[in-house]
Design a protein around this ligand. Structure first.
Ligand SMILES: [Zn+2]
Length: 470
């Protein structure tokens, strides 16, 4: 099956009338019934997922404490005593006025005494402090938008992200949760670099990859039925982004059975990270490497610009977000029916205020113009959501047909960077499961949906009052 056969607008080939079983279901189902249907519905892949943003708030605490097994102990800041010496030392450069900043014990031990008194061992938090700590890693208040996300969340998590074992466990927990939602493929941004041993010394990229591989090989991970591939990502506006890019190409190329692509992340309204900055470096890298794909965040920005054009020119086969494609008529026309896919993140875009409500989101326009699109979760831990929520928003806000739901899932496999033979197996599995699901639902209705209760989270509860399904 070729890509263009999948990316065409389904509405043009089939007549959807109000008698269609799915149209009838939507017309009569309660929101909870629709959610149950979408949770049980077989799905393809999640192609846009940052592992460190995919940690649900109620996972963090136990995960952090469990790192003791690998020698890690964490401290978190519970008060501010105005003791920062803003002199020229290593600690003066760390963010100071930030509660619930997390440090490894080896870093904590080096703090000046006054600052040490501001931190507490994570396991010694009072119930109230623990509740505050858990809240602090969620983006759940109306005033918390883009700045809170980009500038505070990651700095607060800080050294919790230094343990590769924690990341490996987050990976497993996502595989399990996504598998329960009927997802069969996860292409996730898992950086190979940036990890440290409990004593503060660096863990090499190859050592970190070995830890991830070992976790993926465990029986419980395999039992999820979710096939996993990684992307390595670079921070596009960092002063050393070109060096990061070279290191990323190297790591992906050397671990190509697990790592399939390089991504570029970081807010696009920081103009230090504009796409054309990387033209020269990428051209040099392409002289040497023959097996690295690119999926790049582009068009996740309010202003019209040429970031998506430039990013395709850079060699990206998939675009993350692509919100401002809607402002570029020429490119919009060229992108109809492929070959590039836009990774759509409906919940992320709303919560980070790239759209103020869903009537402004370009997703239905892309979908119905025949531009290949798939739904993905971006940073679901931060939004307190799952992949079902993305489908729920899409159906509720844009009246998706059954054919469109099938198309989105097939696209999420067809445009993945997994090896061709495995891709075909995944597509076959998906098609078989989707056909079975449709048959079963048409004969038994809601009563025939999987017995296990769907798990829902805060986003759909707060916004659509679909709560407590677990
Ligand atoms: Zn992203």
């Amino acid at each position: 099956m070729n890509a263009s056969a999948l990316s065409g607008s389904p509405a043009s080939d089939r007549v959807i009338t109000k008698d269609h079983w799915f149209e009838q279901f939507k017309a009569t189902a309660t929101d909870k019934e629709l959610y149950r249907f979408l949770y049980a519905m077989p799905k393809g892949g999640d192609l846009h997922n940052h592992i460190s943003g995919a940690v649900l708030a109620d996972w963090w605490y136990d995960l952090a404490l469990a790192q003791k097994e690998h020698g890690y102990r964490f401290y978190t800041k519970v008060r501010i005593n105005n003791c920062r010496d803003f002199g020229n030392n290593e600690f003066a450069r760390r963010p100071y006025l930030m509660l619930f900043n997390n440090l490894m014990e080896s870093t904590y031990n080096q703090l000046p005494e006054c600052e040490k008194a501001e931190y507490k061992r994570l396991e010694e938090l009072t119930e109230k402090e623990k509740a505050g700590w858990v809240q602090s890693v969620m983006l759940d208040h109306d005033h918390e938008g883009r700045d809170e996300f980009f500038q505070t969340h990651w700095q607060r998590l800080d050294q919790l992200l230094h343990s590769p074992y924690l990341i490996a466990e987050v990976l497993y927990k996502n595989m399990k949760a996504f598998g329960d939602e009927g997802l069969i493929y996860l292409e996730v941004m898992v950086e190979a670099g940036g990890y440290f041993k409990p004593d503060g010394s660096a863990i090499s990229e190859d050592e970190a990859v070995a830890i991830f591989r070992k976790r993926l090989a465990q029986a419980d991970a395999k039992a999820t039925g979710v096939t996993v591939r990684f992307q390595d990502s670079i921070l596009r506006f960092a002063p050393n982004a070109e060096e990061q890019l070279k290191a990323s190409y190297d790591i992906v190329s050397r671990h190509r059975d697990l790592y399939v692509a390089v991504n570029m992340v970081g807010r696009e309204d920081n103009d230090k990270g504009y796409p054309l900055r990387f033209t020269k470096t990428l051209r040099e890298l392409r002289q040497k490497y023959n097996n690295v794909r690119l999926s790049v965040h582009a068009g996740e920005v309010d202003e019209p610009n040429y970031h998506i054009r430039d990013t395709i020119m850079l060699g990206a086969d998939r675009i993350g977000h692509g919100i401002n494609l809607i402002t570029d008529n020429d490119l919009l026309r060229q992108m109809r029916h492929g070959p590039y896919l836009i990774e759509i993140n409906l919940i992320s875009n709303l919560l980070l205020e790239y759209v103020s409500d869903y009537s402004q989101h370009p997703f239905p326009e892309y979908l119905r113009l025949g531009i290949p699109v798939a739904l993905s979760t971006d940073d679901r831990g931060m939004w307190d959501s799952n992949i079902t929520d993305e489908f729920f928003v899409a159906v509720k806000e844009f009246n998706l047909s059954w054919e469109e739901l099938l198309l989105l899932s097939r696209n999420s496999l067809q445009y993945s960077f997994v090896e061709d033979d495995i891709k075909q197996q995944l597509l076959d599995t998906y098609n078989k499961r989707a056909a079975q699901f449709e048959k079963q639902f048409r004969s038994k209705g809601v009563a025939g949906l999987k017995a296990s209760a769907p798990v829902s989270y805060g986003f759909t509860c707060k916004r659509y009052a679909v709560c407590d399904l677990r």
